[in-house]
Design a protein around this ligand. Sequence first.
Ligand code: NAP
Length: 249
Amino acid sequence: MKRVLILGGTGDATQLAAKASSLSEVEIISSLAGRTSNPVSPTGNVRIGGFGGQTGLTDYIKEMNINILIDATHPFAAQISFNAANAAESTNIPRLMLIRPTWEKQPKDIWIEVDSVESAAATLQNYAKRVFLTVGKQQLPAFAKLSDIWFIMRLIELPESSTAVPQGIFLCDRGPFSLDNEREILQKYNIDTIVSKNSGGDATIAKIIAAREFGLPVVMVNRPPTPLGERVSNVDEAFIWLLNKLDNN
Ligand code: NAP
């Protein structure tokens, strides 16, 4: 029996857990950070909450006799990915990063590319008045002081009442989002700018296509650096990598 730890919190991680759970002689454990109160629960065993840094993750791998680590976290979840790289190295187990490709700018796109949400907020001050903000609840405080701008903030769930948020309204929803849905939001709320992370993947790309259609600018936050190591860009490739590792370990 081999134990595989999947660091999750993404649709890709959930799909991989479902696929890998069909394998015999393999036990899948999915790990979620616990950011949302009602997460999509992956197939197989699930644990929730931080490990306690790199040392905590290393201890967990040892205590649970984890044989293989797959980091299928969101491309913007940089801390856990570096912790995973260091923990896998120190416990000498194979590690894979499942990281979907970035969205690439198309000829009609108007992208203002920035390297952080703080830069995105600073950029908005120059011209935006009505913004569709899709960066997640943890990033809202960066926009809280922009008192001349109105925001529609799309989130999986509402932030804590103590979180500093900008003026505007919340829209609680979970992807995938259709193109019609995104067109309607842009029109109904008279949006002049979108703020997005370059998350990649199909589930949330419709807002980028809608912005292209309407000629609207997108303040696009570029991804943070990721650790070195083996990587694949989709669930099928991750599954094949896993099969190879199971054969060879
Ligand atoms: P992060 O900044 O890289 O991680 C911060 C801390 O959260 C980590 O040090 C770890 O705590 C804990 N953590 C993160 N992912 C974890 C996981 N899968 N299992 C257990 N602990 C985890 O991560 P983040 O940006 O806050 O993202 C948190 C989760 O939300 C991730 O699972 C990610 O896949 C998902 N997510 C993130 C985004 C995004 O835009 N950042 C978007 C969609 C989904 P300890 O140090 O205590 O171990």
